[in-house]
Structures are given as C-alpha cells and as structure tokens.
Design a protein around this ligand. Structure first.
Ligand SMILES: [Zn+2]
Length: 183
C-alpha cells in the first residue's frame, strides 16, 4: 500500500527504494517529525499537520494510526481533506477522553439535550397559546366594557344634542319667521 510505504521509508531503506529522491522540506511537518521520516515536498500530511502543532497529529495517530490517516486522506479529494482531518482529530480526542463511548457519548448527550429542549419548547408553545387566549378573552371583556360605557355616553350626548337642536330650533324659529316676513 502506498500509504504504509510512505511511512516505512525510514532512514535505513529510503535510499534503495526511491530511485529519484524527492526534494526534502527543510522544516518537516508534525506528522513526519513524530514518525521520524523525511517530509517530502508533496507530503500528504504536511498541509494539515503543521510543525507548530504536534499534539494534533499525536492525538489522531494514537486512535487511527498514521497509515490509516494517510489512506483516508488519499481516498478523498483535496478540498475535503482538511475537514476530514478536523473530524478525525475531534473523534480521536473524544475517544481518548471517553474510551468507552468516544464520539457516540457526546452525540447521545446532545440528543438527550435536544429532546429536553424540544419538550421545553413544546411547554413554552403551550404557555404562549394559553396566554394568547387569555389576552384575547381580556380584550373581549375590555371591548364589551368600553362598548357599554360608550353607549351610556352616547345616550347623554344624544340627550344633550336633542336639547341643543331644540334650542337651535327655538332660536331658528324667529329667523324663519323674519325670512317669511321678508318674502
Ligand atoms: Zn510531512
């Protein structure tokens, strides 16, 4: 396998296996440094395991093994490799933290949280509906009260109005008479 070959090309056999030695990178990637192999120009691990972050590779290496990591990466298009490395490191961290459940433990816990939050949300929705119906009931009561009070006001107004018109009528009556007299 190509992946495991790359790993096994240690200092003892590299000169005999590689007829055309590739250009060696001056500062090896974290993976090659830990694996004690030469980091070549087109090292598949170098873009994802920079020399300043050796823990990232050690974590993934402890759980998946270097040859598997290389194999996984070689099977993927380059655009997806960074995400694959991130998820492998995440999974490895979870596995080291929780040797029994690993990532599945975190997923189960999050699913439990989702269920609990959905229940809370349903309760909140029910509360909102309840409050909305209470609010509309209250509004209906207020409208009824207002309608009752306005009718009484209207009544007094109309009585005043009637009185006013009567007064006006009384005032107008002589005018009419004057007019009639003028005609
Ligand atoms: Zn490398």
């Amino acid at each position: 396998m190509e992946g495991s070959d790359t790993i096994n090309t240690s200092s003892s056999s590299s000169s005999s296996i590689q007829p055309q030695p590739q250009s060696v990178v001056v500062s090896p990637c974290a993976a090659c440094k830990i694996l004690r192999r030469r980091c070549v120009d087109k090292c598949v691990l170098a873009p994802y395991f920079p020399p300043h972050d050796p823990l990232k590779f050690t974590t993934a290496h402890r759980v998946f093994g270097a040859s598997n990591i290389i194999k996984f990466l070689q099977e993927l298009p380059e655009a997806q490799r960074e995400d694959a490395v991130s998820s492998m490191v995440y999974e490895a961290k979870a596995r080291l933290r929780d040797p029994v459940y690993g990532c599945a433990g975190a997923i189960c816990q999050l699913q439990k949280q989702v269920t609990e939050l959905q229940e809370q949300l349903a309760i909140a929705h029910a509360d909102i509906l309840n409050m909305q119906s209470q609010h509309s009931n209250l509004m209906a009561l207020i409208y009824m009260e207002m309608a009752q009070s306005t009718t009484t006001i209207d009544h007094t107004k109309t009585t005043f109005f009637v009185e006013d018109t009567n007064n006006l009528g009384l005032l107008l009556e002589p005018l009419w008479d004057i007019n009639l007299q003028l005609v």
